[in-house]
Design a protein around this ligand. Structure first.
Ligand SMILES: [Zn+2]
Length: 118
């Protein structure tokens, strides 16, 4: 997989975790069993996200920022030729999944970054 795509997926995962911590949906156990406070955990996630964001290429980061500002999911899977961001058919090259994921592709309809599952 393209390193920029891996970074985006990692960032997206951390941001999802952060959201779950912030809104309490990830904290169904008593907070006194945690090794860190929720506030510290969120801060640590924020720092990691900022570090990962700094490793994005300028053009990728710019588009990533635009989408996150709109609350959009930034990276979505393509399954059976359908973008799972906008559920429109995307043109898929006759390359292998591996080769397609070796590029940073985005949906021609919604602009989200794509990773191919088949
Ligand atoms: Zn799309």
């Amino acid at each position: 997989m393209h390193p920029q795509l891996e970074l985006l997926l990692e960032i997206q995962d951390l941001r999802t975790q952060r959201g779950g911590l912030a809104d309490g949906t990830l904290t169904d156990v008593e907070s006194d069993v945690f090794a860190v406070s929720i506030e510290d955990a969120i801060e640590a996630l924020d720092e990691k996200v900022a570090e990962l964001e700094s490793r994005l290429h300028d053009d990728v980061r710019q588009r990533y920022r635009m989408m996150t500002a709109k609350g959009m999911r930034v990276v979505v899977p393509v399954l059976n030729g359908i973008c799972y961001g906008c559920f429109m058919a995307v043109a898929t090259a006759k390359a292998s999944v591996h080769d397609r994921n070796a590029r940073v592709e985005s949906c021609e309809h919604c602009g989200r970054f794509l990773y191919h599952l088949d």
